[in-house]
Design a protein around this ligand. Structure first.
Ligand SMILES: [Cu+2]
Length: 168
């Protein structure tokens, strides 16, 4: 049994080595093309949700970086814990819907108070302090990225560039 598990692990780790000698008749899946060096490389840090005053509606903030050599376009965010998630941009007097957000090559886009934010509606269960809410960011030119946003006190301020911050 242990031997089989080890063998399976070896097969999973080295699909290319087996591609030429399969005797089962199954066609080996082609190896995924390696991403070009210039492809978008996206990461999210410091995701948080201030404890909302309404039970089923909240804002969400995070820092989105692109370390790749090509721009990426964020096309939407979903959460299994929310009926809908929209991307908004606050202006002086209102907020507008932003269906897509472009992240330049080697660029950073910050969702923060008073600016870009997520609007989560229909949260279920209602968020509690310290709870984690999954957010999946989808891009039109890169794989989705899922992060956990932590529900923080209303007074929470994130640190620079999305590092964990302080509340109080
Ligand atoms: Cu909004």
């Amino acid at each position: 049994m242990r031997r089989q598990v080890a063998l399976a692990a070896a097969v999973l780790a080295a699909p290319l080595a087996l591609a030429g000698c399969s005797s089962s008749g199954a066609t080996a899946a082609p190896a995924a093309p390696a991403s070009p060096a210039s492809a978008p490389r996206l990461s999210v840090s410091g995701a948080y949700i201030p404890l909302p005053s309404l039970p089923d509606m909240a804002a969400g903030y995070f820092v989105l970086r692109n370390d790749g050599g090509e721009a990426a376009t964020l096309t939407g965010v979903t959460s299994p814990q929310a009926q809908s998630v929209s991307m908004h941009q606050s202006t002086a007097s209102t907020m507008v819907d932003t269906p897509t957000v472009r992240i330049p090559a080697h660029g950073v886009v910050t969702f923060a108070r008073g600016g870009r934010h997520l609007m989560l509606m229909g949260l279920n269960p209602a968020p509690k302090l310290g709870a984690r809410i999954d957010l999946t960011l989808r891009f039109d030119d890169a794989a989705p990225v899922t992060v956990q946003a932590t529900v923080q006190p209303l007074t929470y301020q994130p640190g620079p560039s999305g590092q964990p911050g302080q509340s109080g």
